[in-house]
Design a protein. Structure first.
Length: 128
């Protein structure tokens, strides 16, 4: 982990990684399976390449990009996320924007059509 006065830069690889940040402008990356990534800072950048990730970017204006499978995700106000989805023939990316297709503070997952639906979770429905 690298941390400085202007924002944290965190990278982790391996299965079951748990990464959390509460500072603004944090840069977080994970390449392991079953990652649980959370950030509550403004303008965070989160990248995930492992499968079965749960991503919580509840800070304002977060940008999330995923190359692996995402089990569920939650964004804050002004956030956006790009998630891979397999349509049966090929992998495609679904881009979602808070305030357009999804609302802030709610856990979502993609259905078999690549559409966001509220995720069934043991956690409170609201992620914020």
């Amino acid at each position: 982990m690298i941390d400085d006065q202007n924002g944290a830069c965190i990278a982790r690889r391996g299965w079951n990684a748990r990464i959390a940040s509460s500072g603004g402008y944090a840069r977080i990356a994970s390449s392991g399976w079953l990652a649980r990534i959370a950030s509550s800072g403004w303008h965070v950048r989160i990248a995930s390449s492992g499968d079965d990730a749960a991503i919580n970017a509840e800070g304002s204006s977060a940008v999330v990009a995923c190359a692996g499978g995402v089990t569920k995700f939650c964004l804050g106000p002004g956030g956006c996320i790009a998630i891979p989805w397999h349509d049966g023939s090929r992998t495609r990316f679904v881009a979602l924007y808070e305030g357009e297709q999804i609302e802030a503070g709610v856990w979502y997952r993609l259905n078999n059509k690549g559409e966001p639906v509220e995720a069934e979770t043991q956690e409170p429905t609201k992620c914020a």
